[in-house]
Ligand binder design. Structure first.
Ligand code: ATP
Length: 299
């Protein structure tokens, strides 16, 4: 009997692992809503530095030939800086992140990390060096600890997991769960809120410790407390990394080192929050509009 069950058991294990791997790959492409479209040329260069400088140099890009998406984008994110990109829906913010992750190649210009064109890096080294905190994180039907450790390049110890959970402001929340770090989450387990899931993604990124961080802020609105917890967690993470934030709420970009304002595929203003308000351009208008919207939603 045992002889029958042992292989069945092993098959079950293989099936579960395979399903997880497939779910992860499918999820990654669903996240970015695209198919991979780049060719990995034989490359000798690797993304090696911890806090690199990223340069978008005269970048132009179209998904399809008949419609211009990005034009003349020049943006430098200096070593260790946190730059937030803002702009109306469809302005091209997420496209910048997709190009940096090389889901697509630029049509004109170049993206360079520490002076190396990302097309001259191996895809594996580029993507291993970039941590993405997506808008919506998919959790596996497994413990919180497993979900935090997922994707870490080396086996993370419980102490490592608890450390990043604390930095991601998850420890109080986990302490209140019936089985703490062993509580099962995901479809068949405890359902987490959008804000809690995003903090799990931040903790994951902390364990991965990538050179570059892309933070894709959730479009759905969070309550003030959840937003504050995420902002604090992000600040901890961004402090050691070169960070690109795709922002949907202006309240979260106020402390960015620089804010880049996109309009219809062009970068029209850059500066700190105070500089952009003084400039009285699109950012200042968006700020006034969002302030009015926030005030009316609270009344
Ligand atoms: P949002 O704030 O709504 O997320 P965004 O500023 O991030 O918007 P992008 O997602 O970068 O905007 O999209 C820029 C433009 O590119 C949009 O007009 C969008 O319709 C178009 N676009 C995005 N993805 C694709 C795609 N895979 N194929 C064709 N067009 C696309």
């Amino acid at each position: 009997m045992l002889q029958i069950f042992l292989p069945l058991n092993a098959l079950g294990f293989v099936y579960r692992q395979l399903k997880k791997a497939l779910a992860d790959t499918a999820h990654m492409f669903a996240l970015l809503e695209i198919e991979p479209a780049v060719v990995d040329e034989p490359a000798t260069q690797a993304l090696a530095t911890q806090r690199p400088t990223i340069v978008f140099d005269n970048v132009a890009f179209d998904y399809k030939a008949d419609r211009a998406i990005l034009r003349d984008v020049n943006l430098t994110i200096r070593a260790g800086e946190k730059v937030a990109v803002v702009g109306h829906s469809g302005a091209g913010k997420s496209t910048l992140a997709r190009l940096l992750f090389r889901f697509y190649d630029v049509n004109e210009g170049a993206i360079r990390i520490d002076d190396i064109d990302i097309r001259d890096m191996s895809l594996a080294s580029l993507r291993a060096g970039i941590g993405v905190v997506p808008q919506d994180t998919v959790l596996f039907n497994d413990s919180i600890a497993y979900n935090i450790a997922y994707g870490a390049p080396t086996t993370a110890t419980r102490a490592d997991i608890e450390n990043v959970a604390r930095l991601a402001h998850l420890d109080d929340f986990i302490a209140r769960l019936p089985e703490g770090y062993d509580t099962v989450v995901g479809e068949r387990g405890l359902k987490l809120s959008g804000g809690e899931k995003q903090r799990i993604a931040i903790a994951r990124a902390m364990l991965k410790n990538p050179a570059v961080l892309i933070f894709d802020e959730a479009t759905s609105s969070l309550d003030t407390q959840a937003e504050q917890a995420i902002n604090q967690a992000l600040s901890e993470l961004a402090a050691d990394h070169t960070t690109l934030v795709i922002a949907h709420r202006l309240s979260t970009v106020v402390d960015a080192d620089r804010i880049a304002v996109m309009d219809a595929g062009r970068l029209i203003e850059t500066g700190t929050h105070a500089e952009l308000l003084a400039r009285d351009g699109l950012y200042a208008r968006m700020w006034r509009l969002q302030g009015a919207a926030d005030a009316s939603s609270m009344s």
